[in-house]
Design a protein around this ligand. Structure first.
Ligand SMILES: *[C@@H]1O[C@H](CO)[C@@H](O)[C@H](O)[C@H]1NC(C)=O
Ligand SMILES: *[C@@H]1O[C@H](CO)[C@@H](O)[C@H](O)[C@H]1NC(C)=O
Ligand SMILES: *[C@@H]1O[C@H](CO)[C@@H](O)[C@H](O)[C@H]1NC(C)=O
Ligand SMILES: *[C@@H]1O[C@H](CO)[C@@H](O)[C@H](O)[C@H]1NC(C)=O
Length: 254
C-alpha cells in the first residue's frame, strides 16, 4: 500500500514535471496498437455530459461524396452540406480524395470518456484494423473497437455485422472556455503534418494547439493518431486549391 506522504510526494512531482495545461493528452501510439494509454480516449467531466464538437474526415474511395459520408456517420446530409459550404445538389458530387470534410457531432460523456458512437455495417474487405486505421484514419483505435464490441471476436467479424464505432471527441474545459474556445475538433494526423501547419489550417497559434493536447514544445506527432484543435468558431473547410471551382468550371465548359 502506498503511504499518504508518498502519494502526496508523487502528486507534487507529477505537478512539477508536467504542468497540466489541458485535461487531454496526446496518444502517440498507432491506431492499430492494442495498448490504451492516456489520450487513447479523451476524458470527460460528468458535469459537462454533452457538447457540440467536430471531426475532420478525409474523403476516400467508397466514401467520396457527402451523401456517402453522411450515411457513414449516420448524420443528416443537409447539415453536412451546409457546414461544408456546399449546395443541396452537391450531395453526389465526387470529392477530391483526401479532401478534409468537417463533421458536426454531439460528443457524449460515457464511462468517463467522451465519444461519438454510431453503427458501422462490416463489409467483406473490412477488419477492425481497416475500419480504425483506413476508413476512419485513426479517429478511433483498434483497441477501442475491440472494447466497444465485446460480443465479437475482433479477428473474425461476419460480413453484415453492425459494430459500434466510438470516435474520440472532447468538450472544452473551463480554462479553454474562458479563452473563448467553443469546440474541440478531432483531427486525424497526416504523414507530413506538423503542429504549426495544422494550427495555421485552423487559424490558430501553435501554442494553443500544443496546450490543448498537453504536448510540450518539440514533442513530435505521428500519422494515424489524433490531435485536438481548439476552435473559437465552427471550423471552416479549406477546399484544396480551388478544386470545387475547377470542377464547376469544367462543367460550364461542357
Ligand atoms: C435534416 O436537417 C434539415 C435542416 O435542419 C431538416 O429540414 C431535415 O428534415 C433533416 N432531415 C432528416 C432526414 O432528419
Ligand atoms: C444522389 O444519388 C441518389 C442515389 O443515386 C439519388 O437518389 C439522389 O436524387 C441524388 N441526389 C442529387 C442531388 O443528385
Ligand atoms: C449491411 O450491409 C449488407 C450488404 O450491403 C446489407 O445486405 C445489410 O442489410 C446491411 N445491414 C444492415 C443492418 O443495414
Ligand atoms: C494552385 O494551383 C495553381 C495551378 O494549378 C498553382 O499555380 C498554385 O500555386 C496552387 N496554389 C496553392 C496554394 O497550392
Amino acid at each position: 500500500m502506498i503511504s499518504l506522504s508518498k502519494f502526496i510526494f508523487s502528486c507534487i512531482i507529477i505537478f512539477l514535471v508536467k504542468p497540466t495545461l489541458s485535461q487531454q493528452s496526446y496518444d502517440s501510439s498507432n491506431c492499430d496498437s492494442l495498448s490504451q494509454v492516456q489520450g487513447s480516449n479523451y476524458l470527460c467531466s460528468p458535469r459537462i455530459s454533452d457538447c457540440g464538437a467536430y471531426i475532420v474526415y478525409r474523403a476516400q474511395e467508397n466514401f467520396d461524396t457527402i451523401s456517402l459520408i453522411s450515411s457513414l456517420f449516420n448524420l443528416n446530409q443537409s447539415i453536412l452540406l451546409f457546414v461544408n459550404k456546399m449546395a443541396e445538389d452537391d450531395s453526389n458530387w465526387s470529392l477530391p480524395l483526401g479532401q478534409d470534410i468537417i463533421i458536426p457531432i454531439t460528443c457524449h460523456c460515457l464511462g468517463g470518456f467522451s465519444k461519438f458512437i454510431f453503427m458501422y455495417n462490416m463489409s467483406k474487405q473490412d477488419s477492425f484494423a481497416s475500419v480504425a486505421c483506413k476508413i476512419f484514419a485513426g479517429l478511433v483505435k483498434v483497441q477501442s473497437l475491440i472494447e466497444e464490441n465485446a460480443d465479437f471476436d475482433g479477428h473474425d467479424v461476419p460480413v453484415g455485422s453492425l459494430i459500434n464505432v466510438p470516435i474520440r471527441c472532447a468538450c472544452p474545459g473551463s480554462p479553454q472556455t474562458r479563452n473563448g474556445v467553443k469546440y474541440l475538433v478531432t483531427y486525424p494526423i497526416l504523414e507530413k503534418d506538423i503542429i504549426e501547419g495544422i494550427a495555421s489550417k485552423f487559424g490558430l497559434p501553435e501554442k494553443d494547439t500544443r496546450d490543448a493536447n498537453n504536448l510540450r514544445q518539440y514533442e513530435a506527432i505521428f500519422p494515424l493518431t489524433t490531435l485536438l484543435v481548439p476552435a473559437k468558431d465552427v471550423p471552416e473547410v479549406r477546399w484544396r486549391n480551388g478544386s470545387l471551382f475547377q470542377e464547376a468550371h469544367l462543367l460550364l465548359e461542357q
